[in-house]
Ligand binder design. Sequence first.
Ligand code: 13P
Ligand code: SF4
Length: 388
Amino acid sequence: MGSIVTIAKNSLAGTEQPSTVRAPEIEKGVGCDFDSYLLVPDTTLDERIAAAKTKLGKDVVILGHHYQRDEVVKFADFRGDSLKLSQQAAQADGEYIVFCGVHFMAESADILRRDQQIVVLPDLNAGCSMADMADIGQVEACWSELGTVVDIRKTVPVTYMNSTAAIKSFTGENGGAVCTSSNAAAVVKWAFARGEKILFLPDEHLGRNTGYRMGIPLDEMVVWDPFRELGGNTAEALRRAKIILWKGYCSVHQRFTPEHVARVRKEYPGIRVIVHPECRFEVAQAADEIGSTEGILKAIQAAPAGSEWAVGTEIHLVNRMGKELKDRKVISLDPSVCVCTTMFRITPQHLLWALENLGAGKIVNQISVDERTRHFAKAALDRMLELG
Ligand code: 13P
Ligand code: SF4
């Protein structure tokens, strides 16, 4: 299995600053120092970002995930969930794709980009803790161990978009596909048309919520703990299982509890509860609706004026809907703030730094997946995109 080579590490815990993590071609550049951008007065940031974007014109396309802070996402040419942004990345015309999201999203854009296009992540420390929970070595070990107790040729890997390029490549090489929170059911259906069993990576909750809604009983879904023999299962349980769920989760979404649902229902009788499928099974069951970030936004946009919503997802999207959809009440399901701290790392200063350097012909924070990884990861992404 080829290893993924990105110009800088995918680092949640990383302590390196973007200005010191550079590809060789970047090091040739002068004046790319990020630290000096920390001193740019807030009052001039918007104007400079707009000017840098105008200077680049059609050469740049800025993609912004729904969880980005307002000060950044307002400059995005396209906003969306992971699926929508991956489709935009595949169609983008600009020479530079500046991805205001997290590392796995920028990697996916690099896999789907056209020749000569360059993908930039404004802060390389914008990782995803869930994606980091499935290490390629662990997944390969799981695959071989599984092969000792089940017919691996009839097992199809499905990986959530929130995974590293190496995991997407593993999935593609072994006949599987990527899914996102908005098309997981379609991809799981596709996979069951090709095999008898699915290894679902790396989000246990998305896999379980999807499988259950498709009619798979809970006792036919088992969890694979990479730190235990046979993932902590008996051979018999693995043979019986329809879906083997990797033991991974999102720390932001796992915070929501059924008690939160009960509390909002008591406090606001008649309120609708909508949650992201990364939430625990018990929370998804207690909710009225489940949706990807784009799905949540569309559901509330389509709801009648005066309707009330408690939303189980990241706080920036919840607050933005509250501000933009003024005639509906939109609150967070959890009264304590649920922030994706890595997404939050991308500041207007990072965006400005990236754009001004591109305008000066200097590429900073390029995300570059090696060719072998890209080849199979693209196969897995294309299988998903072909499903529409
Ligand atoms: P969406 O695909 O719904 O945008 O979700 C991405 C994500 O990271 C949610 O935590
Ligand atoms: Fe990853 Fe969770 Fe942040 Fe989504 S919200 S990017 S899954 S850490």
